[in-house]
Design a protein around this ligand. Structure first.
Ligand code: SIN
Length: 218
């Protein structure tokens, strides 16, 4: 269920808001933030199961970007990758100062308009019982939004990501940036879905480079 976007105006103006990023927001953060917390959310599974027709693909040839699927819902779905009950989803929470909330919300609502709605999550740091940030806003493409496409064989997703381009650039760049950023923020991060796709897309890139260099020699 998406939360109301009407946050308590006086409290927001005084205290600002927190936004949790688990996809492009990790490596391409909101324009202005005054603090950040590297951490994770529980009970969500990150998957390249959301179509992108406005950033990393087009309406005719959509790319794929990540969304979060509630773990309980994910368990009812077919998937090629596992996610244990206590696996977590790493990302970064950004603190937006009160003075910038309105412009940042407008910017993010526009950036995440392809099927994402705003929800709230608690963000944890390792080895801490209590959340470091409570009720951070998060943009999720829920399984009932029209850009949600769900799973597919991992080779098919890799090929689609390799082939897709949109106004924000190459879909493969989105995936490779995400995998790189996850290793940077949390070397212990286990995310077989992202890292296997990274491996497969890099292999396709390499194969195509080799084929191109053979052609050049002819
Ligand atoms: C996010 O980064 O938190 C949302 C999904 C995306 O834009 O990649």
């Amino acid at each position: 269920m998406a939360v109301s976007t009407d946050l308590n105006p006086s409290s927001v103006a005084d205290n600002g808001i927190w936004v949790f990023g688990y996809g492009s927001l990790i490596w391409k953060p909101p324009i202005s933030y005054e603090d950040k917390v590297v951490g994770y959310v529980k009970n969500y599974v990150r998957r390249f199961w959301q179509h992108s027709t406005d950033h990393r693909g087009t309406p005719e040839a959509p790319g794929r970007v990540v969304t979060l699927v509630p773990h309980a819902e994910w368990k009812t779905m077919d998937d090629y990758h596992d996610h244990k009950d206590d696996d977590v989803c790493w990302g970064v929470a950004f603190k937006i100062p009160g003075t910038d909330v309105e412009t940042t919300r407008a910017y993010l609502d526009h950036r995440e308009k392809n099927g994402y709605t705003v929800h709230t999550v608690d963000v944890y740091r390792p080895n801490e019982e209590e959340p470091a940030v409570r009720n951070a806003l998060v943009y999720i493409g829920t399984t009932d939004n029209e850009a949600f496409v769900g799973g597919a064989p991992v080779d098919d997703i890799a090929q689609q990501i390799y082939e897709s381009y949109g106004p924000s650039g190459w879909n493969a760049e989105y995936l490779l940036n995400l995998a790189h950023a996850l290793r940077e923020i949390a070397p212990e991060s286990r995310d077989d879905h992202v890292f296997e796709l990274e491996h497969k897309v890099k292999a396709i890139i390499e194969r195509n480079e080799q084929a191109d260099s053979k052609l050049e020699k002819i």
